[in-house]
Design a protein around this ligand. Structure first.
Ligand SMILES: [Zn+2]
Ligand SMILES: [Zn+2]
Length: 420
């Protein structure tokens, strides 16, 4: 890796973990790593020659145990774009090989790419609601994923609305229509199999009703209270583990009832109202309305977690900065004293029955798409939509300088490709 991003706080936490020793269990750790960590102490005075266990998660470097769940925050922010935090997106990876995305908010496609997962396995997206900070990068995952190795349709599950126009199917169908020029221009040039979206719209009023069931995984939804009718939250259950993903909401009775005893319970937690006024420049009236009525205020977040008592509570949907985090934490702690993660992008949770290990992922900025899991299909040039004569007439003659590239590739791969 050429460039590693390690936030100062991660280095600090890593150093603290090293000093204190690992008090948690074995989740997220390869067999033998614990022994390796202490091997240097066996021969005092000699510097170690073996690597110690990492204190961070490096994508594509760890096996997932057969009973293990790994959750990675690919977006924890807001509709207001910022380099530090993409908007809501959560990857769930299971020891049976299944992977699921919950929300794909604006900016999150870049975070997903950093995890180096072949795109064929990133074909299932569950949307909590249709705000751009929860589905704004669906186009990037759809088109970019197909271009980068997803050789099957992208499957999207999302709630209906109180009218057909406010439902997931309408939104996704029209997003696809908006991409007409993009998709037409790729015909005959790239593997066509990934450029399809299949939408499964379910009743937003369903309470703990199954919206997905396959391969030992059950996903249910229940309503949320946010902005308009339509938003939902999800529960994923597999192999005795329970993951709850709360979409945006005012605290609601369905979450309080059905998220109980979650292993990992994600719920939104909005910026403290004074910071919304000081830093976000909301009016006091607007800050009170958005920060406590449309969303969940930190004190209310704590109350919800005190009711459901998860093994690990995860708070997101706030700008997590040096000068905002303390206020969020202090306010949550007035109403909740259990295990808590204040999420930021690339936070990782390895979950087993015995342990929940929390780390940060360290990613390679120079990442390329991982190899496709299936052989790519050679495009059919007859499917291309031709340029008009007017546009063709504008081509400069550069065939002479391109021809050596054709010669090189034809020779290397035994082809007989010719320039247009
Ligand atoms: Zn929202
Ligand atoms: Zn949101």
């Amino acid at each position: 890796m050429k460039r590693l991003f390690i936030a100062g706080s991660v280095i600090l936490v890593a150093a603290m973990l090293y000093v204190w020793g690992h008090s948690d269990g074995s989740a997220g750790r390869a067999p033998g790593q614990l022994e390796t960590a202490f091997a240097a102490e066996e021969k005092p005075g000699l510097s170690p020659v073996k690597a110690r266990a990492r204190d961070f998660y490096a994508p594509n470097s760890e096996d997932l145990g057969p009973n293990e769940m790994r959750v990675i925050a690919c977006g924890t922010g807001m509709p207001t774009a910022r380099p530090k935090q993409a908007a809501s997106c959560w990857l769930v990876e299971l020891g049976n090989g299944d992977k699921f995305l919950f929300d794909v908010g604006t900016g999150s496609a870049e975070r997903i790419a950093a995890l180096q997962i072949p795109y064929n396995y990133l074909d299932k997206v569950f949307l909590s609601h249709l705000h751009t900070d929860h589905f704004g990068d669906l186009d990037a995952l759809f088109v970019g994923g197909a271009l980068s190795g997803r050789q099957k349709p992208l499957r999207v599950w999302g709630p209906s609305g109180d009218t057909p126009e406010r439902g997931t199917k309408y939104a996704v169908d029209h997003l696809r229509k908006a991409l007409t020029w993009d998709l037409d221009g790729r015909k005959g040039i790239t593997d066509p199999r990934g450029y399809h979206i299949e939408v499964t719209e379910f009743d937003y009023l369903g309470v703990n009703e199954i919206v997905y069931q396959d391969n030992g995984v059950t996903i249910r939804s229940f309503p949320a209270i946010h902005s308009l009718d339509g938003p939902v939250s999800f529960i994923l259950e597999w192999n005795g583990l329970k993951f709850v993903f709360g979409g945006d909401t005012y605290p609601n009775k369905w979450y309080a009832e059905h998220a109980k005893d979650a292993d990992l319970a994600i719920h939104e937690c909005f910026i403290a109202v004074p910071d919304m006024i000081d830093k976000f420049k909301f009016t006091p009236q607007g800050a009170l309305s958005v920060g406590t009525q449309i969303h969940t205020a930190p004190e209310a977040y704590g109350k919800v977690m005190s009711i459901i008592k998860p093994r690990m509570a995860v708070a997101y949907h706030f700008f997590k900065d040096y000068d905002t985090t303390a206020a969020i934490n202090d306010r949550i702690r007035t109403t909740y004293d259990g295990p808590l993660s204040l999420a930021e992008d690339y936070m990782v949770w390895n979950i087993t029955k015995d342990d929940i290990r929390v780390r940060m992922a360290v990613v390679d900025e120079d990442v390329w798409p991982p190899p496709a899991s299936e052989k790519p299909q050679v495009p059919d040039p007859s499917q291309r939509i031709p340029y008009s004569d007017e546009i063709i007439s504008g081509k400069l003659d550069v065939k002479d300088v391109i021809q050596p590239t054709y010669d090189e590739i034809n020779k290397k791969y035994g082809l007989d490709e010719k320039q247009d």
